[in-house]
Design a protein. Structure first.
Ligand code: F0G
Length: 459
């Protein structure tokens, strides 16, 4: 039965194709076409895996569970363990660093902070290069090999770059990454240098780098690995499968993710939709996206939508007003013109979730609270807990709801931020950000008694 289920799904995914998401177009293209937007209308592309619902969903769940203890490198990957759901042939030249398989933690202090009964934190920062990008990059770089590409490129605020650099190195491909000069944390830049990528520091911001990438994508020698590449989303959607396994297939009420270029929220939406189409879950959680106040074009657009649109599967607007000069210390999501905003908005509206923005102060304090749970994340990831607190206060999340916050990057991606917060020197454009949960190092004499005395005072 298991074999039959697996074969049926594998055969089905062999018919996969690329499809334009705009309802007025809906054009389809073969998987071998190296395209990132619809060549006919410019709309966003998605891979339609043509999955067939298994006769026995439990058998498919068991197949995936059993693979978690197998030594096959494909099974050791939290992406390729779900290969029935991916648009690749059995003999595809898989590029893997054992991505995925990230922990789902309880965060009792974070839950208290948000006035929730409980809160779970899915830590995607525990991926091989320290961010959620690795699941998508495994799929995109594999597709680069399938297509016979020599060079892979991306624009990045740092994490996509580090991830692409690592996976390209594994695959023996040339990688070029475009970064906004002076706006990337030292740790992320160091990763890309170490993995041997060509690091191009561009005079401009992330949106300028992204514009350049779209031009470079026309060159036949180049493959773009940003999240407009639909194969990236295929890898990233597997986090929804892994999360549901970790939740014992009990669908949470809310999943909350940070929003930057909007690939991650789109991927979660696709993953959950596919699970529902296959009968593996019976509903989709409300997907909520949180942006930083100074870089929040989609939260602005969402706030302008009428209540009827929020309540239904709305008509997606044609355009979004970009934020000309995005600002935030959460540099990973310092983006004014997100490329995947239409996909993300559609996903959020269909799920019944919301898109909101949080302030720099709210991000900084939420990050320190997550830390008190023994879990480190980078500033962009902390938008989730800051956003949940706001959504609970506004009544959009109820205190007893089952909520999962997705932490997207590791704390060591931006240690300077952490240090400035706790020492009281954090600021954005000379506006100080105070540290309500500061933990300042103390200078102590080198004696046992001095240490015991300070411990006693702090008890
Ligand atoms: N969190 C982190 C740590 C990120 O690095 C990013 C995006 C996001 C959240 C937002 O995810 O773009 O899918 O909405 N970083 C990209 C980069 C832009 O280049 O590393 P998104």
């Amino acid at each position: 039965m298991i074999q039959k289920t697996a074969r049926a799904a594998e055969k089905a995914s062999a018919k996969a194709l690329q499809r334009c998401l705009l309802p007025a177009c809906g054009a389809t293209y073969s998987l071998s076409e190296r395209i990132y937007v619809c060549p006919r209308c410019g709309g966003p592309l998605e891979i339609d895996c043509s999955l067939i619902a298994p006769d026995n969903p439990e058998a498919l769940r068991k197949l995936w569970r059993d693979r978690a203890v197998s030594r096959d490198p494909r099974d050791a990957s939290g992406v390729w363990r779900y290969r029935e759901m991916l648009p690749f042939d059995d003999d595809a030249p898989i590029v893997t660093l054992r991505e995925g398989n990230t922990p789902l933690y309880d965060g009792p202090r974070s839950a208290d902070y948000c006035a929730l009964g409980s809160l779970r934190l899915k830590h995607q920062g525990c991926n091989p290069t320290g961010s959620f990008k690795d699941t998508g990059m495994s799929a995109a770089v594999t597709q680069a090999l399938v297509l016979g590409t020599r060079t892979v490129v991306c624009a990045s605020t740092g994490n996509t770059a580090a991830s692409l650099a690592a996976y390209a190195a594994r695959a023996g491909l040339q990688a070029a990454i475009l970064l906004p000069h002076g706006q990337i944390t030292a740790a992320k830049l160091a990763q890309s240098m170490d993995y041997g990528a060509l690091v191009c520091e561009i005079d401009g911001n992330f949106d300028d780098c992204m514009r350049l990438i779209q031009q470079l994508g026309d060159d036949p020698s180049i493959y773009v690995a940003n999240s407009i590449n639909p194969f990236r989303i295929e890898g990233q959607k597997t986090v929804a499968f892994e999360l549901m396994e970790q939740c014992g297939w009990q669908v949470p009420d809310h999943v909350v993710v940070p929003g930057g270029n909007m690939g991650n929220s789109s991927a979660f939406g696709k993953g959950f939709s596919e699970l529902r189409a296959l009968g593996l879950i019976d509903r989709i959680p409300k997907l909520n996206v949180i942006q930083a106040e100074g870089s929040a074009p989609l939260a602005h657009l969402f706030a302008e939508l009428g209540n009827d649109q929020i309540a239904s599967d709305a008509e997606i607007p044609d355009a979004i007003e970009p934020v000309e000069h995005p600002r935030t210390l959460a540099t990973a999501i310092k983006i004014g013109a997100p490329v995947s905003w239409q996909k993300s908005l559609r996903t959020v509206l269909r799920s019944g979730g919301r898109i909101i923005a949080v302030s720099e102060q709210e991000i900084a304090d939420a990050k320190a609270i997550i830390g008190r749970d023994g879990i480190g994340c980078e500033p962009a990831s902390a938008t989730t807990v800051a956003g949940i607190k706001k959504l609970v206060a506004a009544g959009h999340i109820r205190p007893a709801d089952a909520v999962v916050a997705v932490l997207t990057g590791h704390v060591l991606k931006d240690p300077d931020y952490v240090s400035h917060y706790h020492r009281g020197t954090l600021s954005l454009e000379s506006q100080p950000i105070s540290g309500a949960f500061r933990n300042v190092p103390v200078h102590v004499a080198a004696t046992k008694s001095a240490i015991l005395e300070i411990l006693e005072r702090r008890r």
